[in-house]
Design a protein around this ligand. Structure first.
Ligand code: MN
Ligand code: MN
Length: 450
């Protein structure tokens, strides 16, 4: 065999057990105790004292997304390197067509960019407008490109957002194609109105941003998306849930048997709106949509992670340099929204979720890998350590302590919203498709310097 990972504790959704993991070519061939001398591997990794996890799957990242302030600062290469360093081996990015561009053409162009990624990469496709050719465009994505998911926005009505009537049409087609629809839920018209109102106010920009996107508008859009998904029979995935009000609606729909899954992000679990009430240059990295909420929402989100209301953790990785953020220093409408986090998703959830006892290690695997694999059709090739599965494997050292910093992260960004946070755990080894790509917490590949 090619790789033998010895003496670790294998963690899957339903069990944790001492086992050796053997890899041949790009697949796992056995998970269990190896007889002494039975295994002759060309590469042996000693995982004593470590957890052996299925590679992380981040269902929500935006590499080099175009904005008026320039592209998000991680391209597919730098962003995927950062992902690997943090134990994430599969990314889902997005296809956002330019006005008038057909979906299959936009998908082809984005695939060409995404080829630079060092990780596995998949794309959600955004029907950013409704037009009569859209059913055919969506069908072509599914049939020719194996797209399984479409992404719509109820906010951003001036650019890529859809009104509920249009979302309903997309959902109807998606249901026909058995695809999932991801929705960014913030009530678009009201957010637009509040943004204009606060842009005219004398409030500091970061505070104005926060006030222009209140939690009730998220919940209102969640309600709309749930109702339309029920009406059309569409599988619904609600991205970056940040508000307690939204969780109540989601739990109710799930209890009624509707196929609604929800994602949240580490930033909503760990950071709060206090970050906005400081000088612009300090607050700017935290300007994201939805905004950080009051601290009490965090408790509801952690509870929803533990009880199953929320099924996935995405990073919504979308970093911008401070210079790019400065475009909005006098006008909240001009600031590129987003922050980085692809590298620290596992680390933060491990430190602040598993080690605090809020979630089990098995639930951690489910939230960071298995559920995304299940939802987007990759399971059981991914999201599990078992014979026959893809050899995407993380050897997680639970003892390594570190402090997150922009000076040491691999993300291409001059700020880090988790700056100074103490963490425990590290991806000591990462195997991607049967190749060791991170070794002793150092990258083995030699991509171009940042
Ligand atoms: Mn969004
Ligand atoms: Mn996003």
């Amino acid at each position: 065999m090619d790789i033998l990972i010895k003496n670790g504790t294998v963690v899957n959704v339903d069990s944790s057990f001492k086992a050796d993991v053997a890899v041949l070519s790009d697949k796992i061939v056995s998970v269990g105790r190896m007889a002494e001398g039975a295994a002759k591997a060309s590469k042996v990794i000693d995982a004593s004292g470590c957890l052996v996890l299925p590679g992380g799957i981040d269902p929500h990242v935006h590499m080099q997304i175009p904005t008026p302030a320039g592209p998000s600062s991680d391209d597919f290469l730098s962003g995927s390197r950062a992902a690997l360093m943090g134990g994430t081996t599969t990314l889902f990015d997005f296809v956002t067509p330019a006005p008038g561009e057909l979906l299959p053409a936009a998908l082809t162009a984005r695939q060409a960019e995404a080829r630079a990624a060092l990780t596995n990469i998949f794309l959600h496709v955004s029907p950013a407008i409704w037009r009569k050719t859209m059913p055919n465009e969506m069908a072509e994505c599914v049939e020719k490109f194996h797209t399984r998911s479409f992404k719509c926005y109820l906010a951003y009505l001036d650019t890529i957002g859809l009104l509920p009537e249009a979302l309903e049409k997309v959902m109807r087609e998606a249901a026909r194609l058995n695809a999932t629809v991801l929705v960014h839920c913030e009530e678009g018209k009201e957010v637009a109105r509040l943004r204009e109102k606060y842009a005219e106010s004398n409030l500091p920009v970061a505070t104005a941003h926060y006030l222009s996107r209140p939690p009730q508008l998220e919940a209102q859009a969640v309600d709309t998306a749930i109702q339309l998904a029920r009406k059309t029979g569409c599988k619904l995935y609600i991205v970056h849930v940040s508000a307690a009000e939204s969780l109540a609606l989601i739990a109710k729909a799930q209890a009624a048997g509707q196929k609604v899954v929800a994602e949240t992000c580490p930033q909503y679990l760990l950071l709060d709106e206090q970050k906005y009430h400081q000088p612009f240059s300090e607050a700017a990295p935290y300007i994201i949509s939805p905004p950080l909420r009051k601290a009490e929402h965090q408790q509801a989100l952690w509870k929803a992670l533990a009880d199953g209301t929320i099924q996935t953790i995405g990073s919504d990785h979308c970093p911008f340099l401070l210079q790019q953020k400065m475009a909005g220093k006098d006008d909240l409408r001009k600031i590129p929204n987003g922050a980085g986090g692809v590298e620290h998703r596992l680390l933060l959830l491990y430190t602040y979720g598993v080690l605090t006892g809020k979630i089990t290690i098995n639930r951690f695997v489910e939230l960071t890998s298995t559920n995304a694999a299940r939802i987007f059709g990759l399971f059981p090739n991914k999201g599990i350590l078992a014979p026959g599965a893809d050899a995407d494997i993380v050897v997680w050292n639970p003892e390594k302590a570190s402090i997150i910093s922009r000076h040491t992260h691999h993300q291409h960004c001059d700020s880090n919203i988790y700056e100074g946070m103490q963490t425990k755990g590290a991806a000591d080894y990462v195997v991607l498709g049967g190749r060791v790509v991170v070794e002793a917490n150092k990258e083995k590949t030699t991509p171009s310097p940042l």
